[in-house]
Design a protein around this ligand. Structure first.
Ligand SMILES: Nc1nc2c([nH]c(=O)n2[C@@H]2O[C@H](COP(=O)(O)OP(=O)(O)OP(=O)(O)O)[C@@H](O)[C@H]2O)c(=O)[nH]1
Ligand SMILES: [Mg+2]
Length: 319
């Protein structure tokens, strides 16, 4: 049987005053009745930006400048009857008042109001990507518990990271759990999200955490998603096979690296941005670039299709 050709779809996430523009797909079309972001098929000879400007104009009447578009994520999905490549871009500078020009219902929704079941399945990673920040901050070595908590507090006071991974393989389970409780208190005060590092059952002892990040050696032991859907599941990946496994576990996001050689993993070669970009293209979940990166690498990472960067050195310095 001949392979079903992949359809290149330009998908536009239009932000205005913190909300995004959502439409309802007419009942009779593919994935009908579900919510969607405006957009449509990229036509022959068009760039994705041109397609977005055209589709958004046709479907909503809004005018967008192609240079205001910023990449969000690329999602490849096989619906069985159709294979789509959703090329997702965002803008916050659409002009005009939107109307459902094709008779579709439209409305502005807060990103937190977007729920998986209301959208086509292929949209899940888009919803994750819109909720996740550009930086995934990983904590450094714990030499002293009080100093560690002070360090976290200081960072929180100056508008610290939205998403932090509390990683401390040097601690015993008891010490980790004890310190995680303190770290969670700091994060809760500023509404920041804290991910636990290790194994799934940690979340049972620390249910206020946002989720669990599994190192690869842990992730490989599971065949299905090991934590509930209301938590975030993250997996550390280094190659195609690991990414495919993380997708199978329904990870909400992954880290991928090392992009550059890093002192925390001596001897490991950096994969470089070219290979990173190729691997990201094969991932259907948001990817954070990891390994020897600084804040100035965010644009490079995003240009390679990543959600952003993950790491210790760009935000953590020992006190
Ligand atoms: N616009 C849009 N399409 C999506 C989303 N998610 C998703 O799976 N798709 C799929 O992408 C494919 C193409 O989108 P479309 O139906 O909007 O295409 P279009 O505007 O060119 O419509 P047409 O069929 O009238 O030419 C559809 O199979 C649709 O199910 C989404 O969030 N927005
Ligand atoms: Mg459309």
């Amino acid at each position: 049987m001949a392979a079903v050709p992949e359809i290149h779809v330009a998908v536009g996430v239009i932000f205005r005053q913190g909300k995004v523009l959502i439409a309802r797909r007419p009942e009779h079309v593919h994935q009908g009745g579900l919510l969607e972001f405006p957009g449509g098929k990229v036509e022959e000879g068009e760039t994705v930006q041109q397609a977005l400007v055209r589709e958004i104009r046709e479907e909503t009447g809004l005018r967008i400048a192609p240079e205001s578009l910023v990449p969000v994520i690329e999602v490849r999905h096989d619906y069985g009857d159709k294979r789509v490549f959703l090329d997702v871009w965002q803008t916050s500078s659409a002009e005009g008042e939107p109307e459902g020009r094709e008779g579709q219902e439209i409305r502005w929704l807060d990103v937190r109001e977007l729920t998986d079941v209301d959208f086509p399945v292929a949209n899940r990673p888009i919803i994750r990507a819109l909720r996740l920040p550009r930086q995934y901050a990983i904590t450094g070595t714990v030499e002293n518990e009080d100093a560690f908590v002070r360090r976290l507090q200081q960072s929180a006071e100056c508008g610290g990271p939205e998403l932090t991974l509390f990683r401390a393989p040097e601690l015993s389970v008891e010490a980790y759990t004890r310190l995680a409780h303190r770290a969670l208190e700091v994060c809760q005060a500023t509404d920041a999200m804290l991910m636990l590092h290790g194994y799934p059952s940690l979340i049972e002892h620390l249910p206020q955490a946002r989720g669990v990040h599994l190192p690869w050696r842990e992730a490989r032991q599971f065949a299905t998603r090991p934590i509930a859907d209301n938590y975030l599941l993250a997996v550390s990946c280094h190659n195609e096979g690991e990414i495919a496994h993380a997708v199978q576990l329904q990870a909400d996001f992954i880290t991928l690296g090392p992009v550059n050689p890093t002192p925390s993993h001596p001897g490991a070669h950096g994969m470089g941005w070219r290979r990173f970009r190729a691997l990201v293209a094969a991932s259907t979940v948001p990817v954070y670039a990891l390994g020897g990166l600084s804040l100035t690498d965010i644009d490079e990472a995003r240009g390679a299709g990543a959600q952003g960067i993950a790491g210790i050195s760009f935000w953590w310095s020992d006190v």
